[in-house]
Write a protein that binds this ligand. Structure first.
Ligand SMILES: NC(=O)c1ccc[n+]([C@@H]2O[C@H](COP(=O)([O-])OP(=O)(O)OC[C@H]3O[C@@H](n4cnc5c(N)ncnc54)[C@H](O)[C@@H]3O)[C@@H](O)[C@H]2O)c1
Length: 332
């Protein structure tokens, strides 16, 4: 699909990954409309597009079907990223599933009624739960550990059902853990890398929940955004469920040490109790997506961490204010 002439709608486009996707789509020459409730997203992430004739922002909740129906009118491609996070799902499971599962249904239903040409459902490696074998291809069992993972999986199931029943041209792309500038360090949306960078920049110990032997497969955010774009471009991806990870497994403890090294922090690592529902091992097999699209992550973990640290250091709020927004145990 030639995307540069398309009218594209991005749900969750003011968020971390969504705003990088919007940057990419704008640079491709698309007409981009963002729908975001701003519960966790920030207009600041999109300020570079303010005033552009090709850019529109609609502040709305995806669960408001009639508002979303108006927003999706005339859209040719939809990227659905709006969601609430993993840690949020532990304290507020009902609210989390209402957005991630039911909200996804509403977005799919309205996109189908509006006759969109292509729908990209941004899913997550959390649908797998802990790896039963590695690397994990798309056929790996899906046994999510959290309501977040279950809600993302429900959204996938709806996307595949809309493809089969109504012929909605859908791609389900399972991103693995993503990090980079604009990632969240704050409250219940704070994640390991941004939280640890903010703590290290303040000379505070980096926190590990459990013994640090859990593994993840991290992708730099610009690479994840490119994967979403390639999923839309590739006609042969239609109807498929595909992984997009770096195919590089690293322990949480190794990541913490890398962060302390990059930030040149003299502080240490502190070990805490396990996080409820924590996934113990993730390591992607992305060969199917690579073969279809030639997508390959361009930014190494070391380079990506350095760029992320530089971004946090450049924040006008300053490190101590950022630290005041960081909640060490952020699921209770
Ligand atoms: N960050 C990761 O490591 C990661 C990994 C795999 C998959 N994903 C997926 O990527 C997508 C984006 O995640 P992110 O990390 O950028 O998170 P994010 O919280 O930064 O982005 C989600 C956006 O959705 C918006 N939103 C939440 N509820 C909404 C609602 N009811 N109506 C409208 N907007 C709403 C938020 O304001 C936010 O801007 C999600 O679908 C997530 O499942 C993320």
């Amino acid at each position: 699909m030639e995307i540069s002439t398309k009218k594209v709608l991005v749900t969750g486009g003011a968020g971390f990954i969504g705003s990088h996707l919007v940057d990419l789509l704008m640079s491709e020459g698309c007409h981009v409309r963002v729908v975001d409730s701003l519960i966790n997203g920030k207009l600041e992430n999109l300020k570079q597009h303010e005033g552009s004739a090709n850019f529109e922002f609609v502040k709305a909740d995806i669960r408001d079907a009639s508002t979303f129906a108006s927003a999706v009118e005339n859209a040719e491609v939809v990227f659905h990223l709006a969601c609430l996070g993993v840690r949020h799902s532990i304290k507020y499971p009902h609210e989390n599933q209402r957005v991630n599962a039911e909200g996804s249904f509403i977005v799919l239903n309205e996109a189908h009624k509006a006759g969109v040409e292509k729908f990209i459902y941004c899913s997550s490696s959390e649908v797998y739960g802990t790896a039963e074998y590695v690397p994990m291809p798309e056929e790996h069992p899906t046994r999510p550990c959290t309501v977040y993972g279950a809600g993302k999986l429900a959204g996938e199931a709806y996307a595949r059902a809309f493809q089969r029943t109504y012929g909605l041209n859908t791609v389900v792309l399972r991103l693995f853990n993503t990090y980079g500038p604009r990632s969240h360090h704050e409250n219940d949306i704070g994640e390991l890398i941004p939280k640890s960078i903010v703590r290290a920049l303040n000379g505070k110990p980096v926190l590990i929940f459990g013994n640090g032997s859990q593994t993840r497969d991290f992708t730099y955010v610009e690479d994840s955004a490119k994967a979403l774009l390639e999923a839309a471009r590739c006609d042969n991806a239609a109807g498929k469920t595909l992984n997009a990870g770096s195919e590089f497994e690293i322990t949480i403890e190794q990541v913490a040490k890398l962060i302390l090294n990059i930030t040149k922090s003299a502080s240490s690592i502190e070990y805490y109790k396990n996080r409820p529902g924590d996934v113990l091992r993730l390591y992607s097999d992305t060969s199917a997506f690579r073969k279809l699209t030639n997508w390959k992550p361009q930014v190494s973990l070391k380079e990506g961490l350095a760029r992320t640290m530089k971004w946090f250091k450049s924040r006008p709020e300053g490190p101590s204010f950022l630290l005041s927004q960081e909640k060490p145990i952020n699921w209770e």
